[in-house]
Ligand binder design. Sequence first.
Ligand code: HEM
Length: 157
Amino acid sequence: MTWLEGSTLGHFMRESGPWTYAIVNLAHILGIASLFGAILIIDLRLLGLWRRVPLVALAATAPTVAACGLALALVSGTGLLATKATEYVGNPFIYIKFPAIALGILNAMAVRRSAAWRERSSRPLTPAETRRLAWMGGLSLASWLTAIAAGRLIAYW
Ligand code: HEM
């Protein structure tokens, strides 16, 4: 945290004008909104809503929006953190937020690697595969909601 705060990014965030933090914070929110908005649709579909909408149709668009949103949140979040990184060390919510983000990312990678997701367009899924995808959709929702709640609560500690 000391290294991050003293880095070029930390200096830039603190010394480049009064609007820098606000604009980067706005980018963070836009990233989170794109990530969660897209992932919510996928997760609810995996949990069994809108079964008539083929997974293939969702998979063609929503994951790209979610990935771009995540990239924006990661880049802007690093800028926010660098502004006063050492002040966050005792904040319990960062120790909830970052593992929740890691879990959300690992879970998304597990969904992408699963046979059910990869073969979604070539054959109908078995009931066991549908159940497994539903569990992963539930875990995804739990991870991202935890990350968002903990991220917001950082300011209240
Ligand atoms: C490398 C990744 C990330 C870093 C380093 C990071 C860091 C930060 C920092 C330092 C803040 C400001 C805390 C404060 O109020 O002082 C913040 C706010 C926040 N972050 Fe992140 N973040 C990252 C990714 C994410 C992701 C992926 C999500 C959600 C899925 C998220 C959700 C939030 C939320 C909801 C806020 C509150 C924004 C506001 O109310 O203005 N963050 N983040």
